[in-house]
Unconditional design. Structure first.
Length: 112
């Protein structure tokens, strides 16, 4: 759960919402072949359930009042990483109204 407080009250947004939002935004980008498990628990859950994890490849946390997004992806050759970062940042800021401090993109696999 991501929680921010301001003068009007508290804002709480679930990790599942962020995972879907970020995963969908990244998957729409040209050259992104898919999401990759970012933690051992995500990989184990995939093996046991044989189902795509909702939070596959996405980790969102708060640091100093801003969001930090870690994104683990598989790409095709020639992809523009900065376009992915900008798309994810814009989508999250427009949907939630929260400031994105940093988007870390980890290219874990390359497809042809």
């Amino acid at each position: 759960m991501i929680k921010f407080e301001n003068h009007l009250g508290a804002i709480e947004i679930s990790q599942d919402y962020f995972a879907n939002l970020v995963g969908h935004a990244a998957s729409e980008c040209f050259g992104v072949a898919g999401m990759v498990e970012s933690t051992a628990s995500q990989g184990l859950r995939y093996i046991l359930k044989k189902d795509e994890a909702q939070d596959k490849g996405v980790k969102v946390r708060t640091v100093a009042g801003g969001l930090v997004i870690d994104l683990h992806i598989a790409v095709t050759y020639g992809v523009n990483i900065s376009a992915i970062v900008n798309k994810v940042r814009y989508t999250v800021e427009e949907a939630t109204g929260l400031q994105v401090a940093k988007v870390n993109v980890f290219v874990d696999d390359m497809k042809q």
